[in-house]
Design a binder for this molecule. Structure first.
Ligand SMILES: Cc1cc2nc3c(=O)[nH]c(=O)nc-3n(C[C@H](O)[C@H](O)[C@H](O)COP(=O)(O)O)c2cc1C
Length: 201
């Protein structure tokens, strides 16, 4: 059985109780960590660079609803590391047309470098993923010949010094299910505890 079929079978056809939308979000994002076939595996992560919104696609590495965070990996040499340090406000967005579901998060990003989190994440990474961090120069450097920056075989463990974990902690999760018989949009937010409300779609 494929990931997609088993996931779709677990999702409700229609949403009657608001709690079902949070349960579905949990199922979809937990599944997306290892399921490269769902578009929720690659999410749009937006943050602020000098008063301008900057968005990029990132691979979802972990989803934890109980502790309300998503984990992403990136290159510590990337310019966005400083952007997150200057302004940690961020939004994460995903949509899968097969599921007809959009999920949007609001929260903050913390950068981890050479700590317990990066060590565990590095050890859990595949050789293929690790290899990306050995590229010379680092992300976003202006170059004249991209071929010179193709990944080469070498000691992939050296890439750890360029490896960073982005922990995105969220306090708002918005769920939108598109269905011709009636769209359903739910907002879950956490202040003291969880507050959930339907919104006009
Ligand atoms: C399918 C896909 C997956 C990607 N995954 C990541 C990722 O996990 N981490 C990352 O830093 N960049 C990832 N990227 C590259 C970013 O989208 C972006 O191009 C890169 O990080 C440089 O963007 P910046 O200038 O915003 O730093 C991915 C791109 C694509 C198309």
């Amino acid at each position: 059985m494929s990931f997609k079929n088993s996931l779709e079978a677990e999702l409700p056809e229609e949403y009657h109780e608001i709690s079902q939308t949070l349960q579905s979000a949990d199922l979809i994002l937990s599944n997306a960590v290892d399921n490269a076939k769902t578009l929720f595996h690659t999410l749009a992560v937006s943050s602020i660079d000098n008063n301008q919104v900057a968005t990029r696609i990132m691979v979802l590495r972990e989803f934890n609803l109980k502790e309300r965070y998503l984990r992403f990996h990136t290159d510590y040499r990337a310019a966005k590391i400083d952007h997150y340090k200057n302004n940690n406000s961020a939004s994460v967005l995903g949509y899968d047309p097969k599921l007809k579901i959009q999920i949007k998060f609001q929260g903050t990003i913390s950068v981890h470098y050479q700590d317990y989190l990066t060590r565990a994440a590095w050890e859990g990474s595949s050789t293929r993923s690790k290899k990306c961090y050995s590229v010379k120069g680092g992300s976003t450097l202006k170059i004249s010949d991209p071929k010179e920056y193709d990944l080469k075989d070498g000691n992939i463990e050296d890439g750890y010094m360029n490896f960073a974990v982005l922990k995105f902690s969220f306090d708002r999760l918005e769920f939108l299910h598109l269905k011709s018989s009636g769209h359903r949009r739910a907002l879950h937010s956490w202040k003291k505890g969880l507050e959930s409300t339907w919104l006009v779609p």
